[in-house]
Design a protein around this ligand. Structure first.
Ligand code: SAH
Length: 359
């Protein structure tokens, strides 16, 4: 069994390197090779002696994901479709933005939740990803976007909003976040990361107790239990009242000026009326939450039975929230043409924007 290096913290890597009978500084070189220089082979780690590189080749692998295809949207968004060693799909999206680029990573292959508006749900849960499989997604996207090992021009934000429910894979996710924050490695601090959950209440409460943590987003999609039960069946386990009281506890743990976010997918004629907007604002205000709301026009995909709300509808909804003191923003869809937008990740190939696997 070969050791998967992208999966190891600095301390674990030191232990592994020690077990090979090598001094500690070799571990620092290897950690930098994997995470700062973002190299994909020991052969390229020319600061290591040839014999050590040969030994590493037999005992370890740097990465395990294979890039199967890469799709590039007309808006510049890139979608990567990987396969794990056991042939499970993993998708990652790179979103170029004016101020700072964003990488959207997956926490699971497929997803066990059955949100009716999300295409990933149709895969079911294939399996949880390891910390290393999460870290690797970021390494490949950074190398593709900027060049191998090239420093990110303006830093990068990460969002855990790809396939899967991050809070059903909590420990590997938090481990990946610890690995990525190392100054000697990727150096992406938790403050640059937002993790989105469909509402796994115990994990929201747990996150509230962790000090060095990512930002939180909660997918709401409906302002009452009746509708939310239908759109997001996880609501039957943790209904809105329980969810929002966990949110309240989380909010109490935030620093001044920090906010968490609600995401609200806008489904034409389903959850987008003025009355829904009033209910949503009342709900947030009744729980004395200061969260902001991101309105996400639905990204349609066959065979999902929904259409996006019209621009005017979204605007009217937003204005009602604002008039009741709830800050709301409309998210611009990105990468829809290559099935890279929110809720469109289902390991599909698209004729649009396809290119060879190796950039
Ligand atoms: N399971 C987590 C992480 C996925 S995040 C969660 O539910 O939060 C994906 C985000 O995209 C969620 O906010 C979800 O509500 C939204 N989404 C899912 N399907 C969508 C679709 N078809 N169009 C627009 N947004 C969608």
């Amino acid at each position: 069994m070969q050791t998967h290096l992208a999966c190891l913290t600095q301390a674990e890597l030191s232990e592994f390197v020690g077990s090979l009978g090598e001094p500690a500084y070799r571990a620092r070189q290897i950690f930098a090779g994997v995470h700062a220089r973002r190299l994909n082979s020991f052969a390229e780690m020319t600061d290591l002696p040839r014999e050590l590189r040969a030994k590493l080749d037999t005992r370890a692998v740097i990465s395990t994901l294979t890039l199967e295809s890469r799709y590039i949207s007309s808006d510049g968004t890139r979608r990567y479709l990987f396969k794990t060693l056991d042939n499970r799909p993993v998708e990652t999206v790179f979103i170029p933005e004016e101020r700072r680029d964003t990488i959207c990573f997956s926490s699971q292959s497929g997803c066990p939740l059955q949100c009716t508006f999300c295409l990933t749900a149709q895969l079911g849960l294939l399996r949880n990803l390891t910390a290393g499989e999460i870290v690797e997604q970021i390494i490949v996207a950074l190398n593709d976007a900027y060049g191998i090992g090239v420093k990110t021009p303006r830093g990068t934000n990460l969002v855990g909003m790809g396939a899967g429910e991050p809070f059903l894979n909590f420990d590997p996710l938090m481990k990946a976040i610890r690995i990525m924050k190392e100054p000697a490695g990727l150096h992406i601090v938790p403050n640059r990361i937002t993790v989105s959950t469909a509402g796994i209440v115990p994990r929201i409460r747990e996150l509230a107790t962790i000090s060095d943590r990512p930002h939180l987003a909660i997918s709401l999609a409906a302002p009452n239990d009746e509708l939310r039960d239908e759109l997001m069946p996880i609501n039957k386990k943790w209904p809105i009242e329980e969810l929002l009281s966990a949110c309240r506890e989380f909010e109490k743990s935030l620093k001044r000026n920090e906010r968490f976010t609600f995401e609200y997918v806008m489904l034409d004629g389903v959850n987008d009326s003025d009355e829904h907007a009033r209910q949503l604002a009342n709900l947030i205000n009744r729980h004395r939450l200061h969260a902001k709301v991101n309105l996400i026009p639905h990204n349609p995909a066959e065979p999902l039975p929904y259409q996006p709300s019209s621009t005017e509808r979204v605007e009217s909804f937003r204005k009602i929230l604002e008039s009741k003191g709830v800050h709301a923003f409309v998210r611009r869809p990105r990468g829809r043409d290559i099935l890279a937008a929110c809720g469109q990740l289902a390991a599909r190939s698209t004729a649009q924007g396809a290119s060879e696997a190796r950039p």
